[in-house]
Design a protein around this ligand. Structure first.
Ligand code: ZN
Length: 385
């Protein structure tokens, strides 16, 4: 029997495990218990979750006790990103309130979530949309930004580049899955389920696209307000990064050239945008957001390093932590100062850094003229202007 796309969506909106069928019969009573278990997993109590989600504690209480019959979709999304829920779990909650599933046009709800998000205590960051929402929330805070990393500034990638590696790997994965399933009827249930998950994945990518557009705009906004952005990247890691992406005539090469050209354009447009290559390879990747006017206060995000990318992407894969802990802030500041001092003051000269970046590219057959062309193109894009 053939099913329509609409039926697919309805079907995937209601996961049909025996547990869910049971919850369905219990109706709204199940929602409160569900929310409580999500909070427990995120290690947040009601008050903390309320601050992180930008909702009031009493509102969270009403939700837990099922005292609200009509809940806004926006509030479910704010709750879900604060509790690090993936799209499927978010859709399950929406379905219980008879609300539409997350669609491609919902990026604005996630951007709102980042505006409301408070970084308090120590918050885990998992793979998925929660990561983008949190990075946007951190980078959006007023204050100077310091980034210590093994690659150029992620927020300066074109939005298409940001989702490119995800989508490429998923295309490959799906091709393999379909290969394995060859010989099955086209509307076999397993294939049907793959279609439904694929639909979810395209929505995920669409929302990430929106979030990345916002991150890019945000860097410019922070610099325009007079705050600085300092980027320290290990030279060896940077050379590897360029080498891995510089294959002739690949879309990845074009993305890379545009990404680097964006750094060069920003360095020219904003003296407070400082990029330098350091000889010492940082053991941790971290971002520090200084609170204006408070010398020993700020917010941080830190994560480990991934050496080999996996196809598997799961929302319970822990990537790192964000925190407003003063001690963590001090430790990371000390590490930043150590790396900065090792490089010496001359490494800040924008002209010298520009030549270094172009030099690394030329070693990989990316010609200077290609980079200059990309700079002109970046300057003409409305998103960067
Ligand atoms: Zn390195």
């Amino acid at each position: 029997m053939k099913r329509t796309l609409k039926q697919d969506r309805q079907q995937s909106a209601q996961p049909l495990s025996p547990e869910d069928l049971l919850l369905g019969t219990l109706g709204m009573q199940a929602v409160g218990a569900d929310l409580a278990s999500h909070m427990k997993r995120a290690q947040l109590n009601k008050h903390e979750l309320a601050r992180v989600a930008g909702l009031s504690p009493s509102y969270i209480g009403y939700l837990e006790r099922n005292e609200i019959k009509k809940v806004g979709r926006d509030k479910i999304v704010w709750f879900a990103t604060a509790a690090n829920l993936d799209l499927e779990k978010t859709n399950q909650i929406l379905a219980r309130y008879q609300l539409d599933r997350i669609g491609p046009s919902d990026a604005s709800l996630f951007i709102q979530a980042s505006r409301r998000r408070k970084i308090i205590g120590v918050q885990p960051v998992y793979h998925g949309l929660g990561y983008d929402v949190l990075m946007l929330a951190l980078e959006r805070l007023e204050g100077d930004l310091v980034v210590v990393h093994d690659m150029p500034l992620a927020a300066l990638r074109s939005p298409e580049y940001a989702i490119f590696s995800d989508s490429v790997k998923w295309e490959e994965k799906w091709a393999m899955e379909f290969q394995k399933l060859k010989g099955l009827e086209p509307f076999d249930d397993t294939v049907q389920e793959l279609y439904a998950r694929r639909l979810l994945d395209s929505i995920y990518l669409e929302i990430r696209l929106g979030l990345h557009r916002e991150r890019l705009k945000n860097v410019r906004a922070i610099l325009s307000k007079g705050f600085s952005v300092e980027l320290l990247v290990c030279r060896g890691c940077f050379e590897d990064h360029v080498a891995q992406r510089s294959g002739a005539d690949t879309p990845e090469r074009q993305h890379l050239v545009q990404h680097l050209a964006t750094h060069l354009v920003f360095m020219r447009q904003f003296p407070a945008f400082r990029f330098r290559l350091v000889e010492d390879c940082p053991q941790l990747r971290f971002e520090i957001k200084h609170t204006p006017g408070k010398a020993d206060d700020g917010h941080v995000f830190l994560s480990g390093k991934v050496r080999h990318y996996h196809v598997q992407r799961t929302s319970d894969r822990l990537l790192g932590f964000a925190s407003d802990s003063r001690k963590l802030y001090k430790f990371l500041n000390m590490e930043y100062a150590r790396l900065r001092d090792l490089a010496g003051n001359t490494a800040w000269d924008p002209e010298a850094v520009r030549e270094q970046i172009i030099g690394v590219c030329e070693k990989r057959d990316i010609k200077k003229v290609e980079i200059l062309r990309a700079e002109k193109m970046v300057e003409s894009l409305p998103l960067y202007a």
